[in-house]
Design a protein around this ligand. Structure first.
Ligand code: AMP
Length: 312
């Protein structure tokens, strides 16, 4: 199944307690498409950049065979840029600046060759733009979306209207609480699912991720790591691994969705090991398989007898 990814391609400024850097390659579409490219060879990008994105950043996407026909390049404007600072607890971060630049007037045109995309991945972006992309791919079989507090606060109405057209929403725990206006995550999950998406994934940083779908609640841990350098892009990388796995499957049933959560978590565990998307540029199948296996061992509960016998 071909995958269309829309989102930001960005220049990031990142500050962590252990170091900082400017003009790092980033953006939701960058991380999601790089991550998905390890599981699928037909990943198609829709985004916009200005005149200041280094050529080798684009070459990094091309090297992973990501289709860039839908990447608009503007000669007289600047690329979207974001600056964030992480706290000592890396689950906490402050956005210091968001410069929309080219995004302010982005009117996405999905190339004719992308119109048969089966999975549409609406990476974190203005929900109005996410909807415009979706309108152009009416035959998509599975629509997955991400969003963040910025859009929950700035564009609540268009976000709610988009959610009515989405099969699966992937957001983090604080965003879920904010979107539902409900502190309890289980209650928040049920009210978000009432807005449209039948499947919801709530990411909880180093505490893992939860999946909610019809009658099912599933919880996966995050892969425990000793060295985390930069959490930027972990959520988008999760999204890429999740859809990358789904694209190779025929179904989106309960078991497949649970496995997709593990694939997403495994990919996210790589990206945080280095600054920016560095780690996503040079992975190989063997390294990914090893981590997936370690993940399975980490989370498998040996079968056990229930103390009261059969109390059916
Ligand atoms: P994550 O750490 O997964 O939340 O993603 C971080 C990436 O999201 C960075 O590379 C940013 O460029 C990008 N980003 C930050 N703010 C926004 C926004 N408001 N809309 C879209 N992308 C954003």
């Amino acid at each position: 199944m071909s995958i269309l990814v829309v989102g930001t391609v960005a220049l990031d400024g990142i500050e962590t307690p252990f170091g900082s850097a400017d003009n790092i390659f980033g953006g939701s579409a960058t991380y999601a498409s790089l991550s998905a490219s390890y599981f699928h060879d037909d990943v198609r990008l829709v985004s916009v950049i200005g005149n200041d994105l280094p050529q080798d950043y684009l070459q990094a996407l091309e090297k992973r065979n990501i289709n860039l026909e839908g990447l608009e390049q503007r000669a007289d404007e600047k690329t979207f840029s974001w600056r964030g600072r992480y706290h000592y607890d890396l689950n906490e971060r402050d956005t210091l600046a968001t410069d929309l630049n080219v995004l302010k007037t982005f009117d996405p045109i999905v190339p004719a060759r992308y119109l048969d995309s089966r999975i549409v991945c609406l990476g974190n972006l203005d929900p109005g733009i996410q909807q415009k992309v979706l309108d152009q791919v009416p035959d998509a079989e599975f629509v997955v979306a991400d969003t963040m507090n910025y859009w929950i606060q700035q564009t609540p109405d268009s976000l709610r209207s988009l959610l009515g057209n989405v099969d699966c929403l992937i957001i983090n725990d604080s965003e879920a609480r904010e979107l539902a206006d409900e502190p309890n995550l289980i209650r928040a999950a049920s009210s978000i699912r009432n807005l449209g998406p039948s499947t919801l994934v709530i990411k909880k940083g180093e505490h893992g991720a939860m999946l909610f779908t019809d009658g099912v609640m599933f919880s996966a841990p995050a892969f425990p790591l000793e060295d985390i350098e930069d959490p930027t892009g972990a959520g988008d990388t999760f999204l890429g691994g999740f859809i990358g796995y789904l694209a190779g499957q025929q179904l989106t049933d309960e078991a497949t969705l649970k496995r997709a959560v593990i694939y997403g978590s495994a990919m996210a565990s790589f990206v945080v090991e280095a600054f920016g998307p560095e780690r996503l540029l040079n992975l190989n199948d063997r390294t990914i398989h090893r981590r997936l296996r370690a993940f399975r061992e980490l989370s498998t509960i040996p079968a056990f007898e229930l103390p009261l016998g059969s109390v059916a």
